[in-house]
Design a protein around this ligand. Structure first.
Ligand code: FAD
Length: 511
């Protein structure tokens, strides 16, 4: 008889349960008696409990897991997210002034083989529409608080690309229930020590509650503690603090507002003197946070910014202070241990990349997992791909800071060329003369596509000078017709699509 292959996932936060459910589904756990997947969760150490914004890949993941979309929306107090509204990023706002741009999930409209981006770049700057508004209908749909879909549309599909906002604790609970249904074992115990064998692999973990536990593969989902990958195996942490300065967050939850305020269909990221705040409307509550650099701002000042942002709703709000180190472990798979979630690394949640990184890691583990032989066989490739993915996200996040014309010390420090990764600096130089394109990026290690870069660049007012090639762009009239068509589609969409609130009510069966 083939011996059982045992996978022990240490940690029962979003990373632990998502990994468990995903592996159970991908490896057909229920049908295979020689495989065992266990989640070991500490009854004493809590989960991080933040992380409300996501990226559209989450829809594919939830659908793959077999979780009904309406149930997911109901049980996690979810709302639908169509992108991020960036407020006050491009320059320090004058008193009473506020400027914003939108980063939608929808790719720029592309039809009749015509790339509209150069034609937008060649338009008169003073007269043209903002980039996202000119190239998609999604900004106008989100601004009008309309949903990206109608209730009768098939689960997880829609005319417009979308993700969700949800309550992180409720999501972990839902994933846990689902993983158990898929055959995952659940144990309660705290790992106090991990023993290594002669080759330096994990031989066992010890818990006061359950004694000694052994497995073939250990998945470290212990959050920032990184008990196995960091504590036991000493995998080096690569700090990104020299590029991304934010290292703290203050987070709070407010009750939902009776009017439509909580039903924005996007995350609102507002820049402040030393970082930014997030504002996320959930069904019944509102998640707020202030992300900042402790080298540039004290906690009291950050709290004042958050309180001001929360406005009338604030009263006496309870805030949680969460320090974090931006960066990642260069080796996330070491011997028979692989880290997923915060134990592998963390980058500020500006573009909601926490869950995306978990999805990327677990997708690779499911495919690369050796059916026999040494568990460390995929380590080199896995580490290469994950490190590249982290680096690419670091570059994309830095773009938001490097392009700002804000004048406070935090922002000026951010624009210092010495803090801009070489690859990004090189691309920025090229993008002065042509827009980002698909050959700039290698798909398997990217989270963001060339058009995501376009939205940030042109939203922030970056200039690409196509003047010298103007005569090569001969389809101006056809482009103008398409630009007009996008606006007509947008006019219709804001009337035809239901309000975001109405859709959530319909999907959750609320009166
Ligand atoms: P945790 O939630 O910390 O879970 C750790 C688990 O390990 C717990 O169950 C704990 O009991 C267990 N554990 C710890 N030590 C032991 C031990 N010795 N023995 C046994 N068990 C142990 N992500 C997004 O996608 N979008 C966002 O908008 C977003 N915002 C964020 C904002 C902030 C301020 C932060 C810090 C993170 C944010 N994230 C976001 C990231 C997101 O929260 C995490 O990626 C996600 O929650 C996964 O966390 P985790 O499961 O790795 O860790």
């Amino acid at each position: 008889m083939t011996p059982k292959r045992r996978i022990l996932i240490v940690g029962g936060g979003t990373a632990g349960w998502l990994t468990a459910a995903y592996l159970a589904k991908a490896l057909r756990l229920a049908e295979r008696s020689h495989l065992e997947v266990t989640v070991l969760e500490s009854p004493d150490i809590g989960v991080i409990g933040v992380g409300e914004g996501t990226f559209p890949t989450i829809r594919t993941t939830l659908q793959f897991l077999g979780i009904d979309e309406a149930r997911f929306i109901r049980e996690t107090s979810a709302t639908l997210k169509q992108g991020i509204r960036f407020v006050d990023w491009a320059r320090t706002p004058a008193a009473g002034e506020s400027r914003h741009f939108f980063h939608p999930f929808e790719a720029p409209f592309y039809a009749e083989g015509l790339n509209l981006v150069p034609y937008w770049l060649l338009q008169d700057e003073a007269a043209r529409l903002p980039f996202a508004q000119a190239l998609t209908i999604q900004q106008r749909v989100a601004d009008a608080r309309r949903a990206p879909k109608r209730a009768h549309e098939a689960p997880y599909t829609a005319p417009l690309n979308y993700a969700y906002h949800f309550d992180a604790l409720k999501l972990a609970r839902l994933l846990a229930a689902h993983a158990r249904q898929l055959g995952v074992r659940h144990l309660q115990g705290t790992v106090t020590q991990a023993g290594l064998d002669d080759a330096g692999a994990i031989a066992h973990v010890d818990t006061p509650e359950l004694g000694r536990l052994q497995a073939d593969l250990y998945i470290d989902c212990t959050g920032f503690r990184a008990e196995l990958i960091g504590g036991a195996l000493g995998a080096r942490f690569r700090s990104a603090r020299g590029i991304l300065f934010a290292d703290r967050a203050l987070a709070c939850k407010l009750p939902g507002e009776p009017d439509d305020a909580a039903f924005e269909s996007c995350t609102i990221a507002t820049a402040h003197e030393a970082g930014w705040t997030w504002d996320i409307g959930l069904n019944g509550s509102r998640g707020l946070g202030c992300v900042y650099s402790s080298d540039h701002l004290g906690e009291d000042a950050a709290a004042a910014i958050l309180r001001r942002h929360a406005g009338a709703a604030a009263g006496e709000i309870a805030m949680r202070s969460i320090p974090f180190a931006p960066g990642y472990r260069e080796h996330q798979w070491v011997k028979n241990c692989v880290a997923v979630g915060l134990s592998a690394g963390f980058l500020e949640p500006l573009e909601s990349t926490g869950l995306v990184l978990i999805e990327a890691a677990v997708g690779m583990i499911a495919e690369m997992l050796p059916h026999s032989g040494p568990m460390e066989a995929p380590a080199r490739r896995f580490n290469e791909l994950m490190a590249a993915r982290f680096e690419n996200i670091i570059g994309f996040l830095k773009l938001h800071y490097a392009l700002s014309g804000r004048q406070e010390p935090f922002w000026r420090d951010n624009a210092d060329p010495a803090t801009i990764p070489g690859r990004l600096a090189e691309l920025l130089a090229q993008w002065r003369l042509r827009p980002p394109g698909r050959f700039d990026f290698a798909l398997d290690t990217e989270t963001f596509a060339f058009f995501n870069y376009q939205y940030i660049l042109y939203g922030m007012g970056f200039r690409t000078d196509l003047g010298a090639g103007r005569d090569d762009f001969t389809q101006v009239e056809a482009a103008d017709r398409l630009f007009a068509k996008i606006q007509r589609f947008a006019d219709r969409a804001v009337v035809d699509l239901p309000s975001h609130r109405a859709l959530i009510q319909q999907l959750t069966g609320a009166p």
